[in-house]
Design a protein. Structure first.
Lengths: 414, 290, 302
C-alpha cells in the first residue's frame, strides 16, 4: 500500500465514520419549568450529556403551553425549528400534516417500542404509520382527591356515583365545609366537565361525544344531565374560586378548608411536597363512574438540518422512552411510566391504582383520551367545547341552552 | 446635480423608516387580510376561501363578548384615566411641597409590565385574600368587593388595573400642559378676582386641547393593545367574561390552531383602530397646515 | 408656573374664618394626594412585603401584612438560583440579554425618530403629511398581528432567534412613537432659525447637528424613557423571536412566575418580578423629573 492510498483510505474511513461520531445536539422547547418537573427534565439532560450530547434548554412557561406554542410557530415559520418540542395528542398529527416533523421510526424499531408501549397510547405517537413522537408518561385525569380527616370525621365513604357525591357534598356543606375545591379557569372547568361526562354517560358516550363529536350524543338528554350536574357542582364550590390556580385548590384540601378536588395526578405532587401521606392524610380514588382518562406527555422531533442535530434527536428519543428515565421522571412528576415493563416498586399506592386501572380499562375499552388536556381533539373543536362549558359554569345559563350552544359550537368548529 | 441631491436629502433620510413601515406594518396588514380569507389552521395557507371566517366570527358568542368588553373597557379606561389624570395634575399643581416624590409614585406603574404587577393585583382584588378580607378583618363583616369573581363585574377590575397603570402617565402629560400655559394670562385673571376654579375651567383647560388629544392617542393605543393586563389578571375569566379582541385573537391563533379565524378578528380590530385614529390624524394634521 | 392656591393677592384681607377654611382645604388637598399615593403604591407594597416573607408565613398570614420575620433569601434565589427550566441560574443571565436588546433598540429608534421628526417638522415636502400619518398609524397595529409574518421575515433575513433580530423588531415598531415625539417637539422651534442657517450656507445635516440636536435633551429623555420601558417590558416579541441563549428577562420571569405545576414560591416570584422591573423603575425615578420637563418643553403642544 502506498502512502497515497493509505491517506485515501483513511480519508474514506473518516468520512464514513463522521455521521456516527457527530456530537449529538439538541435544543429542547418545553414548559416544564417548575421545581419537580425541572428536576425531572434535568435527569434527562444528564443522561444525554453522559452519552456525549449537548443539551440546549429552551423553556417557555405559561398558559399550559400556549406561550410555548406561540414561540414554536414563530420558530417554524422562520425556518429555525427547535430540535425537540414538548407536544401531545392530535397536535402531533397536526404538525405532521404541516410537513415539519421528523421520522424517528429507526430508533423506535431498534428500541422495540411497539413491544413495550400499550397499543392505544402508541397510536398517538404515530403519523401515517411511522413514529414521530416519543412518549414520556401517563397522567390520569379523572382523580378525586379527598382530605382523609374530614371524610372520616363526617363519616363519608369515597363516592362511587355522582349521586353519592352529591349526597356527601350536602352533608359536608351542612357541616360548614366547602365540599369541592376548584379553580375557575377554563381548563379546570373542562377537567371537571369531562369526568362528569365519563361518570354519567359511561365510556361509550364519552367516546362518541368528546372524541367522535357525534352531534346526537352532544345534543342528547345525557348531556343535559351532565350540565345539570355541573350546575349542582357549582353550588359546592366556594365563592372565590374564579381564576384560582389549581395548586391553591389542592392546598385547600390539604389544609382542611375543602373536602374534595377533581384534578389530574400532578396534584399528588403538591400533597407529597407538603409531606402528606397517601391513604393516611389524603385519599386518591377515581372520580365516580367507570373508565380511565389519560394524558400522555410526549416529545416530537422537528425536521432539522445537520447530522449532529439529527443524532441528538435519535439519542433523545431513545433516552426518553428508556426505562431509567421513565422511572425517575415519573416518580418526580406524579404520573406513571408509559412503558409496561418498568417496575412500579418505588411508586406509591396512587400510582399502583393508576397502573392497575389502566390495564383493566384498556381491556374493557374504557381507556379514553382526555379532551380537556388536548389528547382527544384538535385545538379548535376542543376550544369550542371549553368555551361553552366555562360559559355555562360561570353564568346562569340553563342546561338546555348549554347543550344547544355546544352542538352549534362544535358544528362550527369542524 | 448636487443642488437636486440637496433638495432630496430629507426624503432620502426618511426612506429607510418608510420602507420599514411599508413592509413591516402595511405588508403585514395585507398578509393578515389575505390569511383572513383562507382556511388556515395551524400554519398559514394561502388558498382563497371567501369570507367564511368573518361570518363565523360574528356568529361566535365569545367574539360578541370580546367586542362588547372592548367597548366598555375602552370608554371607561380612557375617560377615567383622563379625568383622574387631569384631577391629579391640577391637585399637584398647587405648589405641593413634595411634588417630585408624589409625581414619581403616581408615574411608576407605567414602568412596570403587567407580568410583574398582575399577581399582586390578583391577590388584592381576590375577595378571599385581598381587600375584602382585609376590611372584613377590621370588623366590617358586610363589606363586599368581589368584582374579580363576578362575571358581570370582572371587566371593571380590568379597568381598575388599567387606570392604575396609565393614570400617572396622563397626569404627567396634563401637568406638563398646565405648566406651559402662559402665566401672564393667569395672573391677570387673578388680579381681576376671578375665582380659582373658574380660572381652570375657563382659561387653563380649554387651552390644553392638544394635550387632551395626545393623551387620548396614547390611551387609545394602550386600550386596543391591552393584552398582558387581561392575561395576568383574569386570564379572560370568569368563563370568558373578560375576553378582549386581542386575547380572543391570541387564543385562536396560538392555542386553538385557527389562524384564519385569528386573522379575521385581527382585521376587525384594525378596522376599529382605523375608525378611531384616522379622524384624529386628520384633525391634528389639518390644524398644523393652516 | 401657575401658582394659584398659595398666594392669592387678596388673601391677606380675608377674615380668620376664611383663613381657617383655606388651611382646612390645604389639609384636604394633602389627604387626597396621600390617598391616591397609597392606591398607587399598594401593589408594589404587596410585592415587596411578600418578597421578604418566608413561604410558611405567606401560607398562613394575610397577604396585606408586614412580614413578621424579614428574609432576603427569596431575593438571592431570584437573582442567582431560581429555576427557569433546567437551568437554575436565576434572572442574572437574562438581564444581560435584555440590556443587549434594549440599549441598541432604544438608541436606533431614538436616532431614527429624531431625524424623521426633524424632516417632518422643518423640511416639509409634498405628501409629507400623508407619510407622517402612515407612520403614526403603525403605532396602533396590535403586535399579535405581526408575529407570524415577522417570524417569516426574520427567517428570510437570517436573523431568526438572534439579538439583532429582536433589535430590528423593536426599532421598527418604535419608529412611529419616536417620530411623533420628536416632530411635535421640533415643530415648536421657529422656522426662521432654519431659514437663517440656510442663508449662512448650512446644509440639512449641519443644521440638525448644530442647531436642533443641542436643543433636544428634554425630548430625548422623554423618548428614551418611553422606548426603554416598551422594549424592556416586552414579552410577546421576546418569547417569539428568541431562542435558547437570547431570551430576554421577561421570558425568564414568566418561566419563574407562570409555572403551572408544583409548589409555588410566591416570595421568589415577587422578588424576581421586582428585580426584572428594577431597571425601568430606576429610569423612572431618576429621570422622572426630566420626563415632565421634556413633556412641558413642547412634546405635548401637539
Amino acid at each position: 500500500m502506498t502512502a497515497r492510498s493509505v491517506l485515501a483510505a483513511s480519508a474514506a474511513v473518516t468520512c464514513l465514520a463522521l455521521p456516527a461520531l457527530a456530537e449529538p445536539q439538541a435544543e429542547v422547547l418545553h414548559w416544564w419549568t417548575s421545581g419537580g418537573e425541572a428536576k425531572s427534565v434535568a435527569v434527562l439532560q444528564e443522561e444525554f450529556a453522559e452519552r456525549g450530547g449537548t443539551w440546549t434548554d429552551m423553556p417557555v412557561a405559561g398558559g399550559g403551553g400556549d406561550a410555548a406554542m406561540t414561540a414554536l410557530r414563530a420558530r417554524v415559520l422562520s425556518g429555525n425549528a427547535p430540535t425537540a418540542v414538548q407536544l401531545k395528542g392530535p397536535a402531533i398529527q397536526e404538525w405532521y400534516e404541516e410537513g415539519v416533523l421528523a421520522d424517528i421510526s429507526s430508533v423506535a424499531e431498534a428500541q422495540g417500542w411497539a413491544d413495550v408501549l400499550p397499543d392505544q397510547l402508541a397510536a398517538h405517537m404515530k403519523c401515517d404509520g411511522s413514529w414521530c413522537a416519543a412518549p414520556v408518561n401517563v397522567h390520569r385525569i379523572n382523580w378525586i382527591w379527598g382530605n382523609k380527616e374530614i371524610l372520616d370525621a363526617n363519616g363519608i365513604e369515597m363516592p362511587t356515583t355522582w349521586e353519592e357525591f352529591n349526597a356527601a357534598a350536602e352533608k359536608l356543606q351542612a357541616a360548614g365545609i366547602t365540599p369541592l375545591a376548584h379553580g375557575g379557569q377554563a381548563w379546570q372547568d373542562a377537567t371537571v366537565f369531562e369526568t362528569v361526562v365519563l361518570g354519567l354517560g359511561g365510556a361509550e358516550f364519552f367516546q362518541s361525544a368528546l372524541v367522535d363529536l357525534d352531534p346526537e350524543a352532544l345534543g342528547s338528554d345525557t348531556m343535559v344531565q351532565v350540565f345539570d350536574e355541573m350546575r349542582t357542582l357549582r353550588g359546592y364550590v366556594d365563592d372565590n374560586f374564579s381564576g384560582r390556580d389549581w395548586n391553591l385548590a389542592t392546598a385547600m384540601v390539604m389544609n382542611g378548608e375543602a373536602a374534595f378536588q377533581i384534578m389530574g395526578d400532578w396534584a399528588k405532587g403538591e400533597f407529597l411536597a407538603a409531606g402528606k401521606v397517601p391513604g393516611e392524610d389524603f385519599t386518591c380514588s377515581p372520580t365516580p363512574g367507570e373508565g380511565y382518562l389519560y394524558n400522555v406527555d410526549s416529545f416530537a422531533m422537528f425536521e432539522v438540518e445537520g447530522e449532529d442535530k439529527r443524532a441528538g434527536q435519535e439519542l433523545l428519543a431513545e433516552l426518553i422512552v428508556g426505562p431509567s428515565f421513565q422511572e425517575t421522571f415519573n416518580l418526580n412528576k406524579g404520573s406513571i411510566p408509559v412503558r409496561s415493563d418498568v417496575s412500579l416498586e418505588a411508586f406509591d399506592m396512587c400510582a399502583h391504582i393508576s397502573a392497575e386501572d389502566m390495564a383493566a380499562d384498556s381491556e374493557n375499552g374504557s381507556l379514553l383520551p382526555s379532551y380537556a388536556h388536548g389528547m382527544a381533539l384538535r385545538g379548535e373543536p376542543a376550544g369550542a367545547i371549553t368555551d361553552v362549558v366555562t360559559a355555562h359554569f360561570n353564568s346562569e345559563m340553563s342546561s338546555e341552552e348549554a347543550v344547544e350552544m355546544l352542538v352549534n359550537a362544535v358544528a362550527a368548529a369542524q | 446635480m448636487t443642488k437636486w441631491l440637496e433638495t432630496q436629502v430629507p426624503k432620502l433620510v426618511l426612506a429607510p423608516s418608510f420602507v420599514a413601515i411599508l413592509v413591516f406594518v402595511y405588508g403585514f396588514i395585507g398578509w393578515t387580510a389575505w390569511v383572513s380569507l383562507t382556511r388556515s389552521k395551524l400554519m398559514p395557507r394561502y388558498d382563497f376561501d371567501g369570507f367564511g371566517q368573518y361570518a363565523k366570527l360574528f356568529s361566535t358568542p365569545r367574539w360578541d363578548t370580546a367586542i362588547t368588553n372592548l367597548g366598555i373597557y375602552g370608554v371607561l379606561f380612557i375617560a377615567i384615566s383622563m379625568a383622574l389624570g387631569l384631577l391629579l395634575a391640577i391637585l399637584l399643581d398647587q405648589q405641593i411641597r413634595v411634588e417630585g416624590a408624589i409625581r414619581t409614585i403616581y408615574l411608576y406603574p407605567m414602568a412596570l409590565s403587567m407580568i410583574v404587577t398582575g399577581t399582586a393585583w390578583k391577590w388584592i382584588l381576590n375577595p378571599g385574600l385581598g381587600l375584602e378580607a382585609m376590611v372584613r378583618g377590621w370588623g366590617f363583616e358586610d363589606f363586599t368587593f368581589n368584582w374579580l369573581v363576578d362575571p358581570n363585574m370582572a371587566i371593571y377590575t380590568i379597568v381598575l388595573a388599567g387606570v392604575w397603570q396609565a393614570a400617572g402617565f396622563v397626569m404627567a402629560l396634563f401637568l406638563a400642559g398646565l405648566r406651559s400655559v402662559d402665566g401672564e394670562i393667569i395672573k391677570a385673571a387673578q388680579v381681576d378676582g376671578i375665582p380659582h376654579w373658574r380660572i381652570y375651567t375657563a382659561i387653563i383647560i380649554p387651552s390644553m386641547a392638544p394635550v387632551f388629544l395626545s393623551a387620548f392617542i396614547v390611551l387609545a393605543h394602550l386600550a386596543i393593545k391591552s393584552f398582558d393586563l387581561v392575561i395576568a389578571l383574569t386570564g379572560g375569566g370568569p368563563g370568558y367574561a373578560t375576553d378582549l379582541p386581542a386575547t380572543y385573537m391570541y387564543a385562536m391563533a396560538f392555542s386553538r390552531g385557527n389562524l384564519g379565524q385569528a386573522a379575521s378578528s385581527a382585521m376587525v380590530m384594525m378596522a376599529v383602530v382605523f375608525a378611531i385614529v384616522v379622524p384624529y390624524l386628520y384633525s391634528e394634521l389639518r390644524a398644523k397646515n393652516d | 408656573m401657575t401658582d394659584l392656591a398659595y398666594v392669592s393677592p387678596r388673601a391677606g384681607s380675608r377674615s380668620t374664618g376664611q383663613r381657617l377654611g383655606r388651611i382646612a382645604l390645604r389639609w384636604l388637598l394633602y389627604l387626597v394626594l396621600t390617598l391616591f399615593a397609597l392606591w398607587f403604591l399598594m401593589p408594589l407594597f404587596v410585592m415587596l412585603t411578600t418578597s421578604l416573607k418566608s413561604l410558611d408565613e405567606i401560607r398562613t398570614g394575610s397577604l396585606i401584612a408586614l412580614p413578621r420575620e424579614v428574609t432576603f433569601e427569596p431575593w438571592l434565589t431570584a437573582w442567582g438560583s431560581a429555576c427557569t427550566g433546567i437551568q437554575c441560574e436565576g434572572l442574572k443571565p437574562y438581564l444581560l440579554n435584555s440590556l443587549l436588546i434594549a440599549i441598541p433598540g432604544v438608541a436606533l429608534s431614538t436616532a431614527l425618530g429624531a431625524i424623521n421628526g426633524y424632516v417632518f417638522a422643518q423640511w416639509r415636502f409634498r405628501g409629507a403629511n400623508l407619510l407622517f400619518s402612515l407612520l403614526l398609524f403603525g403605532c396602533f397595529i396590535p403586535f399579535q398581528v405581526v408575529l407570524l409574518p415577522m417570524a417569516r421575515m426574520l427567517g428570510l433575513m437570517g436573523l431568526a432567534g438572534t439579538i439583532p433580530g429582536l433589535i430590528l423588531v423593536h426599532t421598527v415598531y418604535g419608529i412611529g412613537f419616536t417620530t411623533l415625539f420628536f416632530r411635535n417637539y421640533y415643530v415648536t422651534i421657529p422656522q426662521e432659525l432654519v431659514r437663517a442657517a440656510k442663508i449662512d450656507g448650512a446644509g440639512f445635516f449641519r443644521i440638525f447637528w448644530s442647531i436642533f440636536l443641542p436643543l433636544s435633551l428634554p425630548i430625548v429623555v422623554v423618548t428614551v424613557i418611553w422606548q426603554f420601558t416598551q422594549i424592556w417590558n416586552d414579552f410577546l416579541f421576546g418569547v417569539s423571536f428568541s431562542q435558547a441563549g437570547t431570551q430576554p428577562v421577561t421570558v425568564a420571569l414568566n418561566n419563574i412566575v407562570n409555572s403551572t405545576t408544583g409548589v409555588k414560591a410566591y416570595n421568589v416570584d415577587m422578588a424576581a418580578a421586582i428585580l426584572a422591573a428594577l431597571p425601568t423603575l430606576l429610569v423612572y425615578v431618576v429621570a422622572g423629573k426630566y420626563f415632565i420637563r421634556g413633556l412641558t418643553a413642547g412634546s405635548v403642544k401637539g
